[in-house]
Unconditional design. Structure first.
Length: 134
């Protein structure tokens, strides 16, 4: 039984570590090598997704526009970012100056997900230790 439990905890540790690396790279990459720009929210729309779990869920799309450092205007659509922002509000984005279409929201949701995955990976390693104790 301890082999099965150890395998399950090891798999959970591996998957959450891979997820943390991916999420951490996604969060920090453009914040380090990219440029920050103020963006104006052009429009906001919400749509209802039916049959999600036991009920309904909503997704919100916000279209933002910003100008790159070299003066190129960019319009980008974000899903479920910038909670509470309405048309006309200003938000922050980070973009790749070599490819302005590579954009991330200037929010901290990704950081929270990254930290949660790290904690889950550490708890899974503790689970391996407890599973293998006699």
């Amino acid at each position: 039984m301890k082999y099965i439990a150890g395998f399950i905890f090891a798999l959970m540790a591996l998957l959450s570590t891979v997820g943390a690396v991916y999420q951490g790279y996604d969060f920090f990459d453009l914040r380090i090598r990219g440029l920050k720009a103020p963006a104006q929210v052009l429009s906001t729309s919400s749509s209802k997704m039916t049959n999600v779990g036991s009920g309904h869920s909503y997704t919100t799309t916000r279209t933002v526009a910003f100008v790159t450092a070299d003066g190129t205007p960019v319009i980008h659509e974000f899903r479920d970012e910038f909670s509470g922002a309405k048309a006309g509000d200003t938000v922050s984005v980070f973009y790749n100056p070599a490819n302005p279409r590579e954009i991330i929201a200037g929010t901290f949701f990704g950081l929270g997900l990254f930290l949660s995955l790290i904690i889950f990976a550490l708890l899974s390693v503790l689970g391996i230790q407890f599973a293998w104790e006699d």
